[in-house]
Design a protein around this ligand. Structure first.
Ligand SMILES: C[S@@+](CC[C@H](N)C(=O)[O-])C[C@H]1O[C@@H](n2cnc3c(N)ncnc32)[C@H](O)[C@@H]1O
Length: 309
Protein backbone atom coordinates (compact mmCIF):
# COMPACT_ATOMS: atom_id res chain seq x y z
CA UNK A 1 0.00 0.00 0.00
CA UNK A 2 2.77 2.39 0.98
CA UNK A 3 4.64 1.46 -2.22
CA UNK A 4 1.51 2.27 -4.30
CA UNK A 5 1.17 5.69 -2.70
CA UNK A 6 4.79 6.63 -3.41
CA UNK A 7 4.55 5.16 -6.88
CA UNK A 8 1.49 7.27 -7.68
CA UNK A 9 2.70 10.47 -6.05
CA UNK A 10 6.04 10.92 -7.78
CA UNK A 11 5.27 11.09 -11.46
CA UNK A 12 8.22 11.85 -13.70
CA UNK A 13 8.38 15.05 -15.73
CA UNK A 14 11.24 17.00 -17.25
CA UNK A 15 11.02 19.45 -14.32
CA UNK A 16 10.35 17.05 -11.43
CA UNK A 17 12.07 13.87 -10.44
CA UNK A 18 9.90 10.76 -10.46
CA UNK A 19 11.23 7.76 -8.64
CA UNK A 20 9.63 4.93 -10.63
CA UNK A 21 9.16 4.51 -14.37
CA UNK A 22 5.48 4.58 -15.33
CA UNK A 23 3.55 3.87 -18.51
CA UNK A 24 4.12 6.80 -20.91
CA UNK A 25 7.30 8.05 -19.20
CA UNK A 26 10.44 8.85 -21.17
CA UNK A 27 13.56 7.03 -19.97
CA UNK A 28 17.06 7.32 -21.37
CA UNK A 29 18.54 3.88 -22.14
CA UNK A 30 22.23 4.36 -21.35
CA UNK A 31 24.68 1.88 -22.88
CA UNK A 32 27.67 4.22 -22.49
CA UNK A 33 28.52 7.92 -22.97
CA UNK A 34 28.72 7.42 -26.74
CA UNK A 35 25.58 5.30 -26.92
CA UNK A 36 22.22 6.17 -25.42
CA UNK A 37 18.70 6.77 -26.68
CA UNK A 38 15.27 7.74 -25.33
CA UNK A 39 12.37 5.29 -25.03
CA UNK A 40 8.74 5.83 -24.13
CA UNK A 41 7.71 3.15 -21.62
CA UNK A 42 4.66 1.32 -22.95
CA UNK A 43 3.14 -1.95 -21.74
CA UNK A 44 3.59 -4.75 -24.28
CA UNK A 45 6.40 -2.95 -26.15
CA UNK A 46 9.96 -4.21 -26.62
CA UNK A 47 13.11 -2.23 -27.43
CA UNK A 48 16.12 -3.79 -29.16
CA UNK A 49 19.63 -3.01 -27.92
CA UNK A 50 22.97 -4.58 -28.82
CA UNK A 51 22.72 -6.43 -25.49
CA UNK A 52 19.33 -7.90 -26.39
CA UNK A 53 15.72 -6.97 -25.89
CA UNK A 54 14.27 -4.76 -23.14
CA UNK A 55 10.66 -5.74 -22.35
CA UNK A 56 8.92 -2.60 -21.15
CA UNK A 57 6.30 -4.35 -18.99
CA UNK A 58 8.84 -6.35 -16.96
CA UNK A 59 12.12 -4.42 -17.42
CA UNK A 60 11.02 -0.76 -17.34
CA UNK A 61 7.58 -0.07 -15.90
CA UNK A 62 7.69 -0.11 -12.09
CA UNK A 63 11.52 -0.04 -12.00
CA UNK A 64 13.35 2.83 -10.34
CA UNK A 65 14.94 5.42 -12.63
CA UNK A 66 18.69 4.77 -12.51
CA UNK A 67 18.24 0.96 -12.33
CA UNK A 68 20.56 -1.45 -14.08
CA UNK A 69 18.40 -3.53 -16.42
CA UNK A 70 19.57 -6.88 -17.76
CA UNK A 71 18.66 -7.38 -21.43
CA UNK A 72 17.72 -10.71 -23.05
CA UNK A 73 21.29 -11.52 -24.18
CA UNK A 74 22.61 -11.03 -20.65
CA UNK A 75 24.21 -7.60 -21.13
CA UNK A 76 22.91 -4.67 -19.11
CA UNK A 77 21.99 -1.00 -19.53
CA UNK A 78 21.04 1.80 -17.17
CA UNK A 79 17.62 3.43 -17.49
CA UNK A 80 18.06 7.09 -16.59
CA UNK A 81 15.64 9.84 -15.66
CA UNK A 82 15.54 12.40 -18.48
CA UNK A 83 17.13 15.80 -17.94
CA UNK A 84 17.36 18.68 -20.44
CA UNK A 85 21.07 17.87 -20.83
CA UNK A 86 20.39 14.20 -21.67
CA UNK A 87 17.52 15.27 -23.93
CA UNK A 88 19.86 17.62 -25.85
CA UNK A 89 22.14 14.63 -26.51
CA UNK A 90 19.30 12.31 -27.51
CA UNK A 91 16.48 14.34 -29.06
CA UNK A 92 15.23 13.73 -32.60
CA UNK A 93 16.89 16.49 -34.68
CA UNK A 94 14.55 18.54 -36.83
CA UNK A 95 17.09 21.38 -37.07
CA UNK A 96 20.51 22.44 -35.87
CA UNK A 97 20.30 22.64 -32.09
CA UNK A 98 21.98 24.45 -29.22
CA UNK A 99 24.18 22.34 -26.93
CA UNK A 100 24.71 22.54 -23.19
CA UNK A 101 27.91 24.63 -23.37
CA UNK A 102 26.14 27.54 -25.07
CA UNK A 103 22.91 26.90 -23.15
CA UNK A 104 24.67 27.29 -19.80
CA UNK A 105 26.08 30.69 -20.83
CA UNK A 106 22.66 31.80 -22.15
CA UNK A 107 20.99 30.77 -18.88
CA UNK A 108 23.49 32.68 -16.75
CA UNK A 109 23.69 35.84 -18.89
CA UNK A 110 19.89 36.10 -19.28
CA UNK A 111 19.65 35.69 -15.48
CA UNK A 112 17.00 32.98 -15.86
CA UNK A 113 15.57 31.61 -12.63
CA UNK A 114 12.35 30.05 -11.30
CA UNK A 115 9.51 32.42 -12.19
CA UNK A 116 11.19 34.06 -15.19
CA UNK A 117 9.07 34.77 -18.26
CA UNK A 118 10.99 34.08 -21.47
CA UNK A 119 10.26 34.56 -25.19
CA UNK A 120 12.15 32.40 -27.68
CA UNK A 121 12.29 31.99 -31.46
CA UNK A 122 12.74 29.67 -33.31
CA UNK A 123 11.76 26.66 -31.32
CA UNK A 124 13.60 24.35 -33.74
CA UNK A 125 14.08 20.93 -32.10
CA UNK A 126 13.32 22.25 -28.61
CA UNK A 127 16.80 21.68 -27.20
CA UNK A 128 17.10 25.13 -25.61
CA UNK A 129 13.37 25.22 -24.81
CA UNK A 130 13.65 22.22 -22.47
CA UNK A 131 16.57 23.80 -20.60
CA UNK A 132 14.71 27.11 -20.26
CA UNK A 133 11.56 25.36 -19.00
CA UNK A 134 13.52 23.44 -16.35
CA UNK A 135 15.14 26.68 -15.13
CA UNK A 136 11.98 28.82 -14.96
CA UNK A 137 9.74 26.12 -13.40
CA UNK A 138 7.52 25.97 -11.44
CA UNK A 139 6.08 29.48 -11.81
CA UNK A 140 7.69 30.93 -14.96
CA UNK A 141 6.55 30.65 -18.57
CA UNK A 142 8.15 30.17 -21.98
CA UNK A 143 6.56 31.65 -25.11
CA UNK A 144 8.27 29.97 -28.04
CA UNK A 145 7.63 30.96 -31.67
CA UNK A 146 8.29 28.71 -34.66
CA UNK A 147 7.12 29.44 -38.21
CA UNK A 148 7.53 25.86 -39.49
CA UNK A 149 4.16 24.24 -38.76
CA UNK A 150 5.32 20.63 -38.19
CA UNK A 151 8.18 21.75 -35.94
CA UNK A 152 5.80 23.86 -33.86
CA UNK A 153 3.36 20.92 -33.55
CA UNK A 154 6.13 18.46 -32.67
CA UNK A 155 7.50 20.77 -29.97
CA UNK A 156 4.02 21.16 -28.44
CA UNK A 157 3.56 17.36 -28.54
CA UNK A 158 6.92 16.81 -26.81
CA UNK A 159 6.10 19.36 -24.10
CA UNK A 160 2.86 17.45 -23.41
CA UNK A 161 4.65 14.09 -23.38
CA UNK A 162 7.32 15.49 -21.04
CA UNK A 163 4.63 16.96 -18.78
CA UNK A 164 5.83 20.54 -19.08
CA UNK A 165 3.10 21.86 -21.41
CA UNK A 166 1.68 24.06 -18.61
CA UNK A 167 5.00 25.96 -18.61
CA UNK A 168 5.20 26.68 -22.35
CA UNK A 169 3.10 28.21 -25.12
CA UNK A 170 4.09 27.31 -28.68
CA UNK A 171 3.04 29.77 -31.38
CA UNK A 172 3.21 28.93 -35.07
CA UNK A 173 4.02 32.30 -36.65
CA UNK A 174 6.78 34.39 -38.17
CA UNK A 175 8.50 36.22 -35.33
CA UNK A 176 9.90 38.86 -37.69
CA UNK A 177 6.40 39.80 -38.90
CA UNK A 178 4.15 39.01 -35.94
CA UNK A 179 6.45 39.01 -32.93
CA UNK A 180 5.97 36.75 -29.91
CA UNK A 181 2.23 37.22 -29.40
CA UNK A 182 2.86 38.86 -26.01
CA UNK A 183 3.92 42.39 -25.12
CA UNK A 184 5.61 43.79 -22.01
CA UNK A 185 5.79 40.50 -20.09
CA UNK A 186 9.23 38.98 -20.73
CA UNK A 187 12.23 39.07 -18.42
CA UNK A 188 14.32 37.75 -21.30
CA UNK A 189 14.16 37.12 -25.04
CA UNK A 190 16.23 34.66 -27.03
CA UNK A 191 16.60 34.53 -30.83
CA UNK A 192 18.04 31.67 -32.90
CA UNK A 193 16.85 32.58 -36.40
CA UNK A 194 18.70 33.45 -39.63
CA UNK A 195 17.71 37.17 -39.63
CA UNK A 196 17.53 38.23 -35.97
CA UNK A 197 17.90 41.93 -36.85
CA UNK A 198 14.34 41.77 -38.24
CA UNK A 199 12.97 40.70 -34.86
CA UNK A 200 14.77 43.13 -32.54
CA UNK A 201 11.80 45.53 -32.42
CA UNK A 202 9.49 42.65 -31.43
CA UNK A 203 12.03 41.52 -28.82
CA UNK A 204 12.04 44.99 -27.29
CA UNK A 205 8.23 45.08 -27.26
CA UNK A 206 8.02 41.66 -25.59
CA UNK A 207 10.35 42.64 -22.72
CA UNK A 208 8.82 44.20 -19.59
CA UNK A 209 8.65 47.98 -19.54
CA UNK A 210 11.04 48.10 -16.60
CA UNK A 211 13.64 46.25 -18.65
CA UNK A 212 15.25 42.87 -19.21
CA UNK A 213 17.84 40.98 -21.21
CA UNK A 214 17.99 39.62 -24.71
CA UNK A 215 20.33 37.29 -26.56
CA UNK A 216 20.76 36.38 -30.20
CA UNK A 217 22.65 33.31 -31.42
CA UNK A 218 24.23 33.50 -34.90
CA UNK A 219 26.88 31.31 -36.51
CA UNK A 220 28.28 34.10 -38.77
CA UNK A 221 29.91 37.38 -37.77
CA UNK A 222 28.05 39.25 -40.58
CA UNK A 223 24.75 38.31 -38.89
CA UNK A 224 26.19 39.54 -35.58
CA UNK A 225 27.13 42.91 -37.09
CA UNK A 226 23.62 43.50 -38.46
CA UNK A 227 22.07 42.37 -35.17
CA UNK A 228 24.28 44.70 -33.11
CA UNK A 229 23.33 47.64 -35.35
CA UNK A 230 19.62 46.84 -34.95
CA UNK A 231 20.00 46.46 -31.17
CA UNK A 232 21.71 49.87 -31.03
CA UNK A 233 18.98 51.45 -33.20
CA UNK A 234 16.27 50.10 -30.90
CA UNK A 235 18.02 51.54 -27.85
CA UNK A 236 19.42 48.34 -26.31
CA UNK A 237 22.40 48.92 -24.00
CA UNK A 238 25.41 46.84 -22.96
CA UNK A 239 25.64 45.08 -26.34
CA UNK A 240 28.20 42.31 -25.95
CA UNK A 241 29.14 39.39 -28.18
CA UNK A 242 30.67 36.21 -26.72
CA UNK A 243 31.82 32.94 -28.16
CA UNK A 244 31.98 29.94 -25.86
CA UNK A 245 34.68 27.45 -26.78
CA UNK A 246 34.98 24.19 -24.94
CA UNK A 247 38.65 23.25 -24.54
CA UNK A 248 39.32 19.68 -23.53
CA UNK A 249 42.61 19.11 -21.69
CA UNK A 250 44.35 15.80 -22.30
CA UNK A 251 46.16 14.60 -19.15
CA UNK A 252 49.30 12.59 -19.94
CA UNK A 253 52.19 11.18 -17.93
CA UNK A 254 55.50 12.66 -19.10
CA UNK A 255 59.11 12.13 -18.00
CA UNK A 256 60.91 15.34 -17.12
CA UNK A 257 64.62 15.65 -16.47
CA UNK A 258 65.36 16.82 -12.95
CA UNK A 259 67.53 19.91 -12.89
CA UNK A 260 71.13 19.50 -11.74
CA UNK A 261 71.90 22.35 -9.34
CA UNK A 262 75.53 21.40 -9.31
CA UNK A 263 75.71 20.26 -5.69
CA UNK A 264 77.19 16.99 -6.89
CA UNK A 265 74.99 14.70 -4.86
CA UNK A 266 71.46 15.98 -5.50
CA UNK A 267 70.77 13.54 -8.33
CA UNK A 268 71.73 10.58 -6.17
CA UNK A 269 69.41 11.76 -3.40
CA UNK A 270 66.44 11.96 -5.73
CA UNK A 271 66.98 8.76 -7.62
CA UNK A 272 69.42 6.31 -6.05
CA UNK A 273 69.17 3.96 -9.05
CA UNK A 274 70.88 6.58 -11.22
CA UNK A 275 73.91 6.95 -8.94
CA UNK A 276 77.14 6.38 -10.77
CA UNK A 277 75.61 5.83 -14.20
CA UNK A 278 76.36 9.31 -15.44
CA UNK A 279 72.73 9.76 -16.56
CA UNK A 280 70.59 12.62 -15.36
CA UNK A 281 67.63 11.60 -13.16
CA UNK A 282 64.08 11.98 -14.43
CA UNK A 283 60.74 12.31 -12.70
CA UNK A 284 57.40 11.14 -14.04
CA UNK A 285 54.61 13.67 -13.62
CA UNK A 286 51.17 14.43 -15.04
CA UNK A 287 50.91 17.14 -17.64
CA UNK A 288 47.89 18.82 -19.24
CA UNK A 289 48.18 19.02 -22.99
CA UNK A 290 45.96 21.39 -24.95
CA UNK A 291 44.67 20.37 -28.35
CA UNK A 292 46.54 21.79 -31.39
CA UNK A 293 43.38 22.64 -33.29
CA UNK A 294 39.91 23.39 -31.96
CA UNK A 295 36.80 22.69 -34.00
CA UNK A 296 34.76 24.40 -31.34
CA UNK A 297 32.86 27.17 -33.12
CA UNK A 298 29.11 26.87 -32.84
CA UNK A 299 28.05 30.49 -32.96
CA UNK A 300 28.27 33.95 -31.43
CA UNK A 301 26.06 34.92 -28.52
CA UNK A 302 25.12 38.60 -28.59
CA UNK A 303 23.61 39.89 -25.36
CA UNK A 304 21.92 43.25 -24.81
CA UNK A 305 19.93 44.99 -22.10
CA UNK A 306 16.68 46.94 -22.38
CA UNK A 307 16.81 49.48 -19.58
CA UNK A 308 14.79 52.48 -18.50
CA UNK A 309 17.93 54.63 -18.26
C1 LIG B 1 18.44 26.56 -35.60
S1 LIG B 1 16.77 26.28 -35.33
C2 LIG B 1 16.58 26.63 -33.60
C3 LIG B 1 17.11 25.53 -32.74
C4 LIG B 1 16.76 25.67 -31.29
N1 LIG B 1 17.42 26.83 -30.69
C5 LIG B 1 17.14 24.40 -30.52
O1 LIG B 1 18.02 24.49 -29.63
O2 LIG B 1 16.60 23.35 -30.82
C6 LIG B 1 16.03 27.70 -36.05
C7 LIG B 1 14.54 27.58 -36.14
O3 LIG B 1 14.01 28.88 -36.36
C8 LIG B 1 12.90 28.78 -37.20
N2 LIG B 1 12.73 30.12 -37.80
C9 LIG B 1 13.53 30.74 -38.68
N3 LIG B 1 13.08 31.97 -38.95
C10 LIG B 1 11.95 32.14 -38.22
C11 LIG B 1 11.01 33.19 -38.08
N4 LIG B 1 11.15 34.34 -38.78
N5 LIG B 1 9.97 33.04 -37.23
C12 LIG B 1 9.82 31.89 -36.54
N6 LIG B 1 10.68 30.85 -36.65
C13 LIG B 1 11.72 30.97 -37.47
C14 LIG B 1 13.27 27.69 -38.19
O4 LIG B 1 12.12 27.10 -38.77
C15 LIG B 1 14.04 26.71 -37.28
O5 LIG B 1 13.18 25.73 -36.77
Amino acid sequence: MLFCEVYLALQMSFVEYGEYIREGDIAIVFLGHESMFPVKAQHGTQTQTKYGVIRHSSDLIGKRFGSKVTCSKGGWVYVLHPTPELWTQNLPHRTQILYSTDISMITIMLELKPGSVVCESGTGSGSLSHAIIRTIAPTGHLYTVEFHEQRAEKAAEEFREHKVAHLATVKNQDVCKEGFGVVGVADAVFLDIPSPWEAIGHAKAAIKEEGGQMCSFSPCIEQVQRTCLAMHEFGFKEITTLEVLLRIYDVRSVSLQLPDFGDGDSTAERDPKETGTGQQATAVCNSCVTPRGMAGHTGYLTFATKSLL
